[in-house]
Design a protein around this ligand. Structure first.
Ligand SMILES: [Zn+2]
Length: 165
C-alpha cells in the first residue's frame, strides 16, 4: 500500500464514524415507519424472525430513509464512457443486483436514485460502502477504471467509473 492509498484508507476510517445521519442517539429499540428496519443494540438491521417481537419499540425514521427524504446521498457513483451507452442494461442490472446483496446485509446501504446526465449515469446511495462496492463490482464485471474520493470535510464518497470503446 503506498502513501496515497494509506491516506485514503485512514480517511475512510476517520469519516465513516462521522456520518451526521447516524449520530442521532436512540434509547432502547425502534422501528422505522417507512422501511420497517429495526434498531436494536445500536444497529439498524432488517427484521429477522428472531426479533419480530420488539418490546417498547419507538417509531424512529432510520438514517437511510432520512437521507432519501432529504435527497442527501452519502455516496455518488458517476459512470461514463462509450461502453456505458452500448451496455447500459447489463450495467444497470449489475448495479441493481449489487444493491440487493449489500442491502440484504446492511439495512442502511441503499440506492437513492439513478439519473441520466448528458453521456453519464449517476447513481446516488445512502451509504459510502454501497458506492464503494458498486465501483469494485463494475471493475470486476466490465473492467474499466474506477477512482474513489472520500470527502475531506464532509462525510461522503464519490466514485467515478469509466470505460471507453
Ligand atoms: Zn427506514
Amino acid at each position: 500500500m503506498d502513501k496515497f492509498q494509506q491516506s485514503q484508507k485512514s480517511k475512510l476510517f476517520k469519516t465513516s464514524t462521522h456520518d451526521p445521519y447516524c449520530s442521532q442517539r436512540v434509547e432502547g429499540s425502534a422501528i422505522c415507519p417507512q422501511c420497517d428496519a429495526v434498531y436494536q443494540a445500536g444497529n439498524w438491521t432488517w427484521k429477522h424472525p428472531e426479533n419480530t417481537v420488539i418490546h417498547d419499540a419507538q417509531t424512529v425514521t432510520c438514517p437511510a430513509c432520512r437521507r432519501i427524504d432529504d435527497n442527501m446521498p452519502a455516496g455518488t457513483l458517476t459512470l461514463s464512457g462509450s461502453f456505458l451507452l452500448k451496455h447500459r442494461n447489463e450495467i444497470i442490472n449489475l448495479i441493481k443486483n449489487t444493491e440487493k446483496k449489500e442491502k440484504a446485509e446492511h439495512a442502511l446501504e441503499r440506492i437513492i436514485g439513478l439519473t441520466d446526465s448528458a453521456a453519464a449515469l449517476i447513481v446516488t446511495t445512502t451509504g459510502i460502502h454501497l458506492a464503494n462496492r458498486l465501483g469494485h463490482a463494475l471493475e470486476a464485471a466490465f473492467k474499466g477504471n474506477s477512482d474513489y474520493r472520500y470527502g475531506d470535510d464532509k462525510y461522503g464518497l464519490s466514485v467515478n467509473w469509466t470505460r471507453d470503446e
